[in-house]
Design a protein around this ligand. Sequence first.
Ligand SMILES: Cc1cc2nc3c(=O)[nH]c(=O)nc-3n(C[C@H](O)[C@H](O)[C@H](O)COP(=O)(O)OP(=O)(O)OC[C@H]3O[C@@H](n4cnc5c(N)ncnc54)[C@H](O)[C@@H]3O)c2cc1C
Length: 258
Amino acid sequence: MKIVVLIKEVPDTWGERRLDLETGLSDRSGASPVLDEIDERAVEAALAYADAHPGTEVEVVAMAPASSTATIRKALAMGATSALHIVDDALRGADLLLTAEVLAAAVKRAGFDVVIAGNLSTDGGGGVIPAMVAEVLGIPQLTGLSALELSDSAVSGDRVSDAGTMRVTGDLPAVVSISEALPEGRFTTFKGIMAAKKKPYETMDAAALGIEPDDPTVARYIMLSVAERPPRAAGTKIVDEGDAGEKLAAFLLAEGVL
Ligand SMILES: Cc1cc2nc3c(=O)[nH]c(=O)nc-3n(C[C@H](O)[C@H](O)[C@H](O)COP(=O)(O)OP(=O)(O)OC[C@H]3O[C@@H](n4cnc5c(N)ncnc54)[C@H](O)[C@@H]3O)c2cc1C
């Protein structure tokens, strides 16, 4: 079994996250870059299967700036077998379709039985890359799984919605995305970090995957402008002097909530 995990470097959610108001991209200088937590869970899901099934190969694939090497190596330190890093400045600001085309070509190049991804990144937040990758590849997609079971020929899982839980299954090869209900990523150890330095780490640009980022015949969306979210207005404080209930009701009435 070969599992490919899609991993993305994002600005740490604990730091201050800002948009570069000129490019509209994340201002990567504001917060430390980290492996997205949801993708750590995706790596963990693959490694848990590999632990129970010796001979399983886990390759991580990332389309990310050249500076993301340490983040990608973290997945190797967790236990992944190898990494494929797509680095190309022409991919800076790639829209969702271009990203999906690049990742689909990369996973095809890596070879896989199943691709595991997060359901939603904490920065871009598009939430559609796994489905788009499956569409480009023409294979089944099982998205937002809160439980995941893999066999030699199929993948199954639970998909929770507001209305209930769906049980879904698909033949391999397939793409799945997982939700935060799956276990957190394991900690890296010193031994794992040292071993990661010797694991296969391949880098490649878009042309090597047969993709032309500036192809004028392909429709792309472009960002026209970007504006920072206005700061929140100060709230209204209600001090309880025995009449907080009345004051609260009056406030809610004035706001049109009641
Ligand atoms: C030079 C360069 C600069 C970039 N700068 C930015 C930036 O400033 N801000 C930004 O948001 N993105 C940046 N990217 C990455 C790319 O443009 C986004 O990954 C893409 O738009 C995906 O959008 P999303 O995060 O909304 O995906 P979602 O659909 O929300 O992601 C869901 C899941 O798909 C997988 N996935 C998504 N993107 C990638 C990826 N790139 N590699 C591997 N797996 C992935 C992950 O498993 C993720 O959990 C950059 C890429 C390059 C090469």
